[in-house]
Ligand binder design. Structure first.
Ligand SMILES: [Zn+2]
Length: 160
């Protein structure tokens, strides 16, 4: 009888392992998204210095007015920790989530092509960071073609 229970226990163990693996996979993206924040390296709830940022690495107490930039400078110069500019850098790339269907995308491509032609913009304008920033702000579902694609579209437009 006890043998029966033992063998059934054994069959459960691999299942529990599987569940653990799944949990790990779900949890992993969370911290990596936050690693770019200074608040990973700075404690604002230090009991001896409440409401003042304190470096978690060397316990350096920042002034209450310290801005992110001065904290970043400290982390870089004292601990070689590079804090990425999360917001600024992510806007350099298209955040294109849930992209438009082809038809909707083409309508927008046409508008960009018209603008490039009419206002004599260089093809490379579509790869300029501020242009990408604008597009991301206005609509993250639209991924602007790169300069080669835009050039091709402009040529097509002239051949119409
Ligand atoms: Zn420090």
């Amino acid at each position: 009888m006890s043998n029966f229970f033992n063998s059934s226990d054994d069959t459960f163990i691999p299942n529990i392992d599987d569940i653990d693996d799944i949990d790990n996979e779900i949890e992993e993206p969370e911290p990596s998204r936050k690693t770019a924040s200074v608040w990973n390296y700075v404690n604002c709830k230090d009991p001896s210095h409440p409401e003042v940022p304190v470096c978690k690495t060397c316990s350096y107490v920042f002034s209450i007015k310290s801005e992110n930039s001065s904290i970043k400078r400290h982390l870089l110069s004292k601990h070689c920790i590079v804090i990425q500019k999360v917001r600024k850098q992510t806007t350099l790339k298209f955040k294109c989530k849930d992209p438009w269907p082809e038809k909707e995308k083409l309508e927008r491509d046409d508008a960009v092509v018209t603008w490039v032609i009419a206002d004599q913009q260089p093809f490379s304008v579509v790869e300029k960071k501020n242009f990408i920033k604008i597009m991301n702000v206005f609509n993250f579902r639209y991924k602007v073609p790169d300069r080669h694609q835009i050039k091709e579209k402009v040529v097509q437009e002239f051949n119409k």
